[in-house]
Design a protein around this ligand. Structure first.
Ligand code: SF4
Length: 123
C-alpha cells in the first residue's frame, strides 16, 4: 500500500495538537505536530479503529423533562455509534434516575455500560 498522509487532532488532553501522519497501511512513517508522546497510542488507535465516549440522551417518563443525558462509561468503537443509537432509541426510563445509574449494560457486547449523567427526580 502506498504511504498516505493523515491529519488528526489529538484528544488526549485539552491542548488539542494538530498532528500530521504519514502511514503506509501498517506502520507510521512519520508524525509531526504532537507536543508529547501520549499522542502515539491515540494516533495508532485512530488508524486501526477510532474509539470514543458516546454521549446522547434517552427518553424518560415521570420527570420534568422528556429526555435524560447519558454516556458510555468507557470508549467504544466509533463505527458502532449508529447501532448503539438505534438500540438506545428503544429505551424509555422511569423517573427517578440518579446520576451514574446504569441504564443499559454491555451495549452491543462492547463491555461498556450506558450511565446517566444527571439526576432526574419524579415530578
Ligand atoms: S500530543 Fe500531547 S500535548 Fe498534544 S494534545 Fe496530545 S496529549 Fe496533549
Amino acid at each position: 500500500m502506498a504511504a498516505e498522509k493523515k491529519h488528526f487532532v489529538c484528544v488526549v488532553c485539552p491542548i488539542g495538537c494538530e498532528i500530521d501522519v504519514v502511514y503506509d497501511g501498517s506502520e507510521i512513517i512519520s508524525m509531526e505536530g504532537n507536543k508529547c508522546e501520549k499522542s502515539e497510542e491515540f494516533v495508532r488507535q485512530e488508524l486501526i479503529g477510532p474509539m470514543r465516549i458516546l454521549t446522547t440522551t434517552v427518553r424518560i417518563q415521570g420527570s420534568r423533562l422528556p429526555v435524560i443525558p447519558v454516556r458510555t462509561d468507557k470508549s467504544v468503537p466509533k463505527r458502532l455509534f449508529p447501532r448503539m443509537m438505534k438500540q438506545l432509541r428503544r429505551i424509555k426510563l422511569q423517573a427517578p434516575v440518579n446520576m451514574l445509574d446504569v441504564v443499559a449494560r454491555d451495549v452491543l457486547h462492547t463491555g461498556a455500560n450506558i450511565i446517566a449523567t444527571r439526576t432526574m427526580l419524579r415530578e
